[in-house]
Design a protein around this ligand. Structure first.
Ligand code: PLP
Length: 435
């Protein structure tokens, strides 16, 4: 089959990656420590990166359209981040105390997300940030139920895949699920709860891992109202979306969450998570209040704090805007290609996508907001088409996620978009009969 041919060529071209895969598989299940990096027949090993190029150990170069699932905002080996971290590290790291950087980064992020955030705390990943936010909501409200959404992803141990082929590592919280972007169905789920049991609603402003599905503003505003009517906290997971507007996606959705969670880019490209919100909630975490303990050896680690400060300097209002403009342009150009070549109703209109209109009309569609997007396949052969697309793009020298996810970075230029759009055009014309 077509896919087997792609995989055969891939195996031939990537002998060194295959050798490392086999060696690592002795000590790591599936030679893997991040499920998302699993790829068939085996993942390629990336040896180095510079600006927006990555090189595999097999000596091939790719334009990086994955950007470390959005955490690689600055492009590879960013000089300014390197300098900031290097000068911090010269003074030692793991110093076992408060450091000079944490307060500065806290101030920068609170000022940036000031729409809803008065205070902030750091941790080491987006997963942790969401676990801490949920724990805080349970402690603050004294209630247990957490409303989440199908297709939602809040980290390795808080995920709700729509079609789950396997177990998740979700803890035994009292999660209840509702469909995303569906006000009536969500109301029905909440009405069926025992009285006074809802501790929190946690939601992404755009479902990232769920396929870059933009949340409808009216849905988001409704959730905020619902949370407040039920004495629950409204948690907005901005781990993926905080890059989509200077004050986070919340600033474009007309909402003011009680707690916002962050991850990825604000740590300068190093391990990072944070959660912040209103005074009344966050003050529970003041150790002298003796209400709620939150600890973590690396919460204030020098590298993420110093790298994050420089990252926030780099990703200023202008950089946010131009990166998102670039993403809007790319999505529009892809939508135009699909429309011209396939005659489908492809569009980058966020509401149409959110309503599912696009998915039902096409076997390939593009969705997303600003610099984050997904090329997704639908129909009976969707998994095979998605895998073919992944290998096709690799053969064109373009690195995207296996699930078709694309994140731009600050080194992405219009010339890279041109190459990407040409590859899509070629893909669509080569496989027109399958689409
Ligand atoms: N929340 C969202 C919306 C994410 O996209 C992710 C990661 O992709 C996470 C949480 C988890 O972040 P981390 O991988 O840093 O644990």
């Amino acid at each position: 089959s077509i896919l087997e041919e792609f995989r055969h060529r891939y195996t031939e071209r990537n002998a060194l990656s295959l050798a490392q895969f086999k060696q690592d598989a002795i000590y790591m299940p599936g030679a893997n420590t991040r499920s998302v990096l699993h790829a068939l027949p085996f993942p390629m090993v990336i040896a180095r990166g510079q600006a927006t190029t990555v090189w595999s150990v097999d000596g091939h170069s790719y334009i990086d359209f994955l950007s470390e699932y959005s955490a690689g905002l600055y492009g590879h080996s960013c000089e300014r981040i390197w300098t900031a971290v290097n000068s911090a590290m010269k003074k030692g790291w793991n110093l076992g105390g408060k450091n000079e950087y944490e307060g500065k980064l806290a101030q920068m992020l609170v000022e940036r997300f000031g729409n809803s955030m008065d205070m902030i705390r750091f941790c080491n990943s987006g997963t942790e940030a969401n676990l801490m936010a949920i724990g805080t909501a349970i402690a603050y409200t004294g209630k247990q139920k957490i409303l989440c959404f199908l297709g939602g992803y809040h980290g390795s141990s808080i995920s709700f895949p729509e079609a789950s082929p396997c177990y998740t590592m979700n803890p035994k919280y009292e999660f209840v699920l509702a469909p995303y972007n569906d006000i009536l169905a969500t109301d029905a789920v909440v009405e069926a709860l025992p009285p006074n049991s809802l501790a929190a609603i946690i939601v992404e402003g755009m479902q990232g891992a769920g396929g870059c599905i933009p949340g409808r503003p009216d849905f988001m505003q409704h959730l905020q109202k619902l949370a407040s009517e039920h004495g629950a906290l409204f948690i907005l997971d901005e781990v993926m979306t905080s890059r989509l507007a200077y004050g986070g996606l919340q600033s474009t959705l007309g909402i003011k969450p009680d707690i916002t969670t962050l991850g990825k880019w604000p740590g300068g490209g190093f391990s990072f998570g944070a959660f912040g919100g209103r005074h009344a909630v966050m003050e529970m975490l003041d150790p002298s209040a003796k209400k709620l303990v939150h600890s973590g050896t690396f919460n204030n680690n020098t590298i993420s704090m110093a790298g994050g400060i420089e990252g926030c300097n780099i990703f200023d209002r202008e950089a946010v805007k131009s990166l998102n403009d670039l993403g809007d342009t790319l999505r529009q150009r892809i939508a135009d290609v699909l429309k011209q070549r396939l005659g489908h109703r492809n569009t980058s209109d966020r509401n149409e996508q959110a309503n599912g209109a696009v998915a039902s009309a096409s076997k390939i569609y593009i969705s997303g907001v600003g610099s984050l997007m997904n090329v997704t396949f639908a129909g009976a052969n969707k998994d095979i088409l998605q895998a073919i697309f992944y290998h096709y793009m690799l053969e064109q020298g373009l690195y995207v996620a296996t699930r078709g996810y694309v994140a731009l970075n600050l080194e992405t230029k219009v010339e890279h978009l041109d190459i990407f759009v040409r590859a899509i055009e070629k893909f669509v014309s080569d496989y027109q009969d399958l689409l």
